[in-house]
Design a protein around this ligand. Structure first.
Ligand code: ADP
Ligand code: MG
Length: 240
C-alpha cells in the first residue's frame, strides 16, 4: 500500500469562469495531520467538495487508499472511509449527544453489532462522555463543534476531513480541539484540516499546504510554510 492515503492529480473545477480549483496536485501521508490553508475564496471548500463527491471535477483525479474515487457518489466515498466534519453542524436538536453520534455510527462503516461501542469510542475521542445525555440544543458552540467531529469519527473513517473545526472557538476550546484532532490521529485516522486559526494549524500539523486563488502555492512543515515569502504575501500577512 502507498504511504499516501490520498493522491490528488491535476484537479480543476471552474464555476462559470471562476477557476475555483486550478490544476491542484497534492498527496496526504497516511497517519499525518495535514492542513490546508489559504485566504477566503482560495478554493478550500471546493476542494473538499471535490474530494467527497459533492461536486464532479472538470479534470483531474482523486485516488484514495490506492483506489480511484474521482466523481464517485458521496455515499460511496463515505463508505470507502472518508468522512467530513462540516463547519456548520446541523445536529438533531431534540436528540441527545449520544443519539446524534450514534447516527454517525449507524451510517458509517460499522456493522450493527458494534454501533454502541463505536459510539462510545467516538464520544470519548471528542471528550463528550460527560455530556452524552444532554440534548444537542443545549450545547455551546464549542461543544457543537466537538459533536460534529464525534459524529464524523463515528463513521470510522480512515481519512477525516475537518472544515474549520476551531472557527468561533475561544482559546481554551481551540486547545481542546487540537487535542481531539491529535487523539483521532493516534486512534489511527489521517486528518486533513481546513483551518483559519493559524496557531491551531501550527501546533497540530505535520504538513501545511497553501492554496491561493485555486492554486497550490506552497507545501511544507509549519516552519517552512511560515517562512515562505509567497505565503506571507498571500496569506500570513493579512489579518484573516
Ligand atoms: P474557500 O473555501 O477557500 O473560502 P471556496 O472554495 O468556497 O473558497 O470558493 C472558491 C471560489 O469559487 C470563490 O471565488 C467562490 O466564489 C467560488 N465558488 C465556490 N462555490 C461556488 C459555486 N457553487 N458556484 C459559483 N462559484 C462558487
Ligand atoms: Mg470555505
Amino acid at each position: 500500500m502507498s504511504d499516501h492515503i490520498l493522491q490528488v492529480a491535476n484537479l480543476s473545477k471552474a464555476f462559470r469562469g471562476v477557476r475555483a480549483v486550478q490544476d491542484v496536485t497534492l498527496a496526504v501521508e497516511r497517519g499525518a495531520i495535514c492542513s490546508l490553508i489559504g485566504p477566503n475564496g482560495a478554493g478550500k471548500s471546493t476542494l473538499f467538495n471535490l474530494l467527497t463527491g459533492y461536486l464532479p471535477p472538470d479534470t483531474g483525479s482523486v485516488v484514495f487508499d490506492g483506489r480511484e474515487i474521482t466523481a464517485l457518489a458521496p455515499e460511496a466515498i463515505s463508505h470507502l472511509g472518508i468522512a467530513r466534519a462540516f463547519q456548520i453542524a446541523k445536529p438533531f436538536p431534540g436528540m441527545t449527544v449520544r443519539e446524534n453520534v450514534r447516527i454517525g455510527a449507524l451510517f458509517g462503516r460499522t456493522g450493527p453489532r458494534d454501533v454502541e461501542a463505536v459510539t462510545s469510542h467516538a464520544l470519548g475521542l471528542a471528550g463528550l462522555q460527560d455530556l452524552h445525555d444532554q440534548e444537542a440544543r443545549e450545547l455551546t458552540v464549542g461543544q457543537l463543534r466537538r459533536l460534529e467531529v464525534a459524529r464524523a469519527v463515528a463513521a470510522r473513517p480512515s481519512l477525516l476531513l475537518a472544515d474549520e473545526p476551531c472557527a468561533g472557538l475561544n482559546h481554551t476550546e481551540t486547545l481542546e480541539m487540537v487535542e481531539i484532532l491529535r487523539r483521532i490521529r493516534s486512534a489511527g485516522a489521517t486528518v486533513l484540516l481546513v483551518e483559519h486559526d493559524m496557531s491551531a494549524v501550527m501546533q497540530v500539523s505535520d504538513t501545511v499546504m497553501v492554496l491561493e486563488t485555486g492554486r497550490l502555492i506552497a507545501r511544507g512543515t509549519p516552519e517552512e510554510v511560515t517562512r515562505n515569502p509567497a505565503v506571507i504575501t498571500a496569506y500570513l500577512g493579512t489579518d484573516e
